[in-house]
Design a protein around this ligand. Structure first.
Ligand SMILES: Nc1nc2c(c(=O)[nH]1)N=C([C@H](O)[C@H](O)COP(=O)(O)OP(=O)(O)OP(=O)(O)O)CN2
Ligand SMILES: [Zn+2]
Length: 136
């Protein structure tokens, strides 16, 4: 019997969508206002979902305190109030789209979970735009 445990979190970050290889004009054509060279910000809302069997002794799939601590270290401390392009090493050569941010978060959290647990990342970049990634 598999059950999914989810924890919500949020962080605020600045970014610019662009490719270094392209001119400002081409970036502006492809990414529009999201390629503003002076950056812009979002209040990201994150849902981290962990699926697995309920442990017979604890009744937990995962201790939510453990999940909370993982999200704090791997996401909030690393991304909150940061410029993703400039201050977060994972995005040095990776365009910080919502898709890429979700994959980066997945890749940071997954190795910290017991291998039998599945992970899904849901990331809202705005109240109306969101992406999901579960490793496939
Ligand atoms: N596939 C993706 N498309 C877009 C991404 C992305 O990460 N993946 N990101 C952006 C920009 O970051 C942009 O800042 C999004 O903001 P905005 O257009 O203001 O967002 P909304 O659509 O929610 O705003 P409305 O007020 O509804 O227009 C763009 N595309
Ligand atoms: Zn944006």
């Amino acid at each position: 019997m598999n059950v999914t445990v989810s924890r919500k979190a949020h962080f605020n970050a600045a970014h610019r969508l662009y490719r270094k290889e392209w001119t400002d004009e081409k970036n502006s054509l492809v990414f529009g206002k999201c390629s503003n060279p002076n950056y812009h910000g979002h209040n990201y809302e994150l849902i981290v979902s962990v699926t697995g069997e309920i442990d017979k002794e604890t009744g937990y799939v995962i201790d939510i305190q453990e999940l909370k601590d993982l999200i704090k270290v791997e996401v909030e401390d690393a991304f909150d109030h940061k410029n993703l392009n400039i201050e977060v090493p994972e995005f040095k050569d990776l365009n910080p789209t919502a898709e890429h941010i979700a994959v980066v978060i997945y890749n940071k959290i997954k190795p910290k979970l017991k291998p039998n647990l599945d992970l899904e990342i849901t990331l809202y970049e705005t109240p109306r735009n969101f992406v999901r990634y579960s490793g496939t």
